[in-house]
Ligand binder design. Structure first.
Ligand code: AP5
Length: 201
């Protein structure tokens, strides 16, 4: 990629979208050219147009082959948009998941075809204690994340996400970077991600 690409992942409700909001703020204040895209938005646009889902949290329960199709389309569209919007000095942040807990098992968010399309320099795992993630999910009323499960299930999902992120990183020689989203201050994680991105240039 001519521009720096950072894929930001984390289990549902850990706060990656919140953290990325702060990342953009800091980067723009520093005068950097930034594009943040949400992978789920790209999938949801097509899935809702096709009348497959009404809510984004329904997508992980679609037939796996349908999810695969949506996933592939999203990766291609993101690449195209980034190439149009960013110069070589730019930074692309992609808000997505290393692993998805689907109705038919754990499924890679960044399989070979996707990660090769996105070509990240680094894959970030935003993490927090499972109890904290569960509390954030429960406070966030606009979303339906109850299928993610209890503290034990979240703990397992965090482990699966680490394994999946490393497996994806191997395909494109990206780094895997762990960052904690500290309760009450998403700016701390954001600052670390900004520092990472600047070092990747
Ligand atoms: P997606 O759209 O990525 O989900 P999301 O909207 O990004 O939200 P998440 O559920 O992951 O939560 P979040 O971690 O961003 O938390 P938030 O910042 O909202 O995914 C939707 C679907 O798209 C997936 O299920 C899947 O079907 C599909 N998809 C996506 N990528 C895919 C891929 N690669 N392959 C296949 N399918 C894919 O924060 C949560 C709450 O916590 C908020 O209330 C917030 O205020 C609070 N909070 C955040 N940080 C803090 C903090 N530090 N302290 C206290 N509270 C905090």
């Amino acid at each position: 990629n001519p521009f720096v690409t950072v894929v930001v992942t984390g289990v549902p409700g850990v706060g990656k979208t919140t953290v990325l909001g702060k990342v953009v703020e800091i980067m723009k204040n520093n005068g950097e050219q930034v594009l943040v895209v949400n992978f789920g938005d790209y999938m949801f646009r097509v899935a809702s147009e096709q009348g497959l889902v009404k809510h984004r949290d329904e997508m992980r329960h679609l037939p796996l082959r349908k999810q695969l199709e949506l996933q592939e389309m999203a990766a291609e569209s993101i690449r195209r948009d980034a190439e149009q919007k960013l110069s070589e000095k730019g930074f692309l942040f992609i808000d997505t998941h290393a692993v998805i807990k689907t109705s038919t098992g754990y499924w890679p968010g960044l399989p070979e075809n996707v990660v090769k399309e996105l070509r990240p320099d680094s894959i970030v795992l935003v993490e927090a204690a499972p109890e904290i993630i569960l509390a954030r999910q429960q406070r966030d009323k606009g979303r339906v994340r109850s299928d993610i499960g209890n503290v034990e299930a979240i703990k397992l999902l965090i482990e699966m996400a680490r394994v999946a992120a490393m497996a994806s990183a191997v395909r494109v020689a990206a780094s895997v970077y762990l960052v904690e989203n500290v309760e009450g201050d998403p700016g701390i994680a954001a600052q670390k991600i900004v520092e990472l991105a600047l070092k990747l240039r």
